[in-house]
Design a protein around this ligand. Structure first.
Ligand code: GLV
Ligand code: MN
Ligand code: MN
Length: 409
């Protein structure tokens, strides 16, 4: 093993900052929603870096991109990577660290003249965030065979454009067969996006599992009427019903307790005027729990509440499930490897679940998988103030280097 080998912190940060300039927002952070012009520019930049590092670059019809570094033997590569799309109000680390950390490992190996036994592969997957097109982790889900390419392409986004049209418009789809290459093992470095590591004073999270995710969308249709003249008993108020459901979500989550979380993140009301009873409301509910039975309970109670409310208020309800993923346990041997690598490098380490969704949870369907978390300052993410200290970025990427060498030798 190459125990003394270390990544170059400044080179990693330079790439993170350079990629963060694409879609940069006033005040910091960035907006690179999946399959937009900004995403295209981000892809071009990262693919250019892959070529500079000597990787064999390919992309599949879903726009997933793979940079392969041959080993001394053929066979399935050890893969790392993540995503470069962001939410509309994102930071420069979420996902990007996993891709650029992978490239930094490759450059470190190139400099040291090390060729591993197994091939290595740095990948980035299309539309991990799901903020524009649901579900999240769409590219990696298609890659592992959990969604057909046709269904993915047909998905309509928040702006009523389809994944297929947007893939074609930015030229992101390539010739590589979907679901190739086969993968020996997958490990992803990512910022924690929550407060646990920072509050515990610990540098590295060895991620044992990802919590279950349920995204529901409701559309309520009532009747618009005059806000001053319509007696309360005659109202069919879609706005009231939507807001009552939002309040119910918070009560429900508090009552279930434990790891249960719930969010009404998107909300649209019509006609959105001060003196008109709303005839239409559309909103999303994001429910998550590490315990699938409690997550199911939350989903059922939400449905029952909406049905009772619709009856009482006299409104029509349309409902769609935008995403539904069970909790995902990672491979215990892979978690051990992450923990051992962190310890060998002298970093404090704890085992923990992931609150966010990740491409790794899809790769776990096809190969041994785990993740490496590094602290997020104040636990802030999906926010332009997202920040991880340079020494923590460096620590996580050195753990990645060590785990990849361990797996590839
Ligand atoms: C996606 O990354 C999510 O966890 O919302
Ligand atoms: Mn992410
Ligand atoms: Mn994210």
């Amino acid at each position: 093993m190459h125990d003394a080998l270390r990544i170059n912190r400044q080179r990693l940060i330079n790439r993170l900052e350079r990629l963060g300039e694409i879609g940069a927002l006033p005040g910091g952070g960035c907006c690179r929603l999946a399959l937009t012009e900004e995403d295209r520019q981000g892809r071009e930049l990262v693919i250019g870096w892959m070529h500079e590092l000597g990787l064999q670059v390919s992309s599949d019809a879903m726009g997933n991109v793979f940079g392969l570094r041959p080993g001394t033997e053929d066979g399935p590569p050890v893969m790392t990577g993540s995503h470069i799309d962001t939410v509309r109000t994102g930071g420069i680390y979420d996902g990007n660290l996993g891709v650029l950390g992978g490239l930094e490992v490759i450059e470190t190996l190139n400099e040291a003249g090390i060729v591993t036994r197994r091939p290595l592969c740095v990948a980035f997957f299309t539309n991990e965030e799901g903020a524009r097109f649901a579900p999240d982790m769409m590219g990696s889900l298609v890659y592992v065979g959990g969604m057909s390419l046709e269904d993915a392409r047909a998905t309509q986004g928040i702006d009523d454009q389809s994944v297929g049209d947007c893939l074609d418009a930015i030229g992101a789809g390539g010739e590589a067969p979907v679901g190739k290459p086969d993968v020996h093992a997958f490990v992803e470095v990512h910022i924690e996006q929550g407060p646990v590591l920072e509050e515990s004073g610990i540098t590295i999270g060895a991620v044992e599992k990802v919590q279950g995710i349920s995204w529901q969308e409701f559309s309520f249709t009532g009747i618009s009427n005059h806000a001053g003249t319509t007696p309360m008993r005659l109202r069919h108020d879609a706005g009231h019903a939507a807001m009552a459901t939002g309040a119910f979500v918070r009560d429900l989550v508090n009552r279930i307790g434990g790891d249960q979380v719930g969010t009404v993140g998107a909300f649209d009301i019509k006609p959105n005027l001060v003196n008109v009873v709303a005839n239409h409301a559309r909103f999303t509910v994001d429910l998550r729990n590490t315990d699938n039975s409690r997550l199911k309970q939350a989903e059922q109670e939400l449905q029952a509440f909406v049905e009772r409310l619709a009856e009482r208020e006299g409104i029509e309800v349309e409902h769609r499930t935008l995403a539904r993923f069970d909790p995902v346990p990672f491979d215990p041997g892979m978690v051990d490897r992450v923990e051992a690598a962190a310890q060998a490098l002298g970093h404090s380490v704890m085992r923990m679940p992931s609150g966010a969704g990740h491409d790794a949870q899809m790769l776990a369907r096809v190969c041994p998988t785990s993740m490496i978390f590094v602290p997020s300052v104040d636990g802030v993410s999906h926010n332009i103030n997202e920040f991880t200290a340079p020494e923590d970025l460096e620590a996580g990427t050195n753990v990645l280097l060590r785990v990849l060498l361990d797996l590839a030798e």
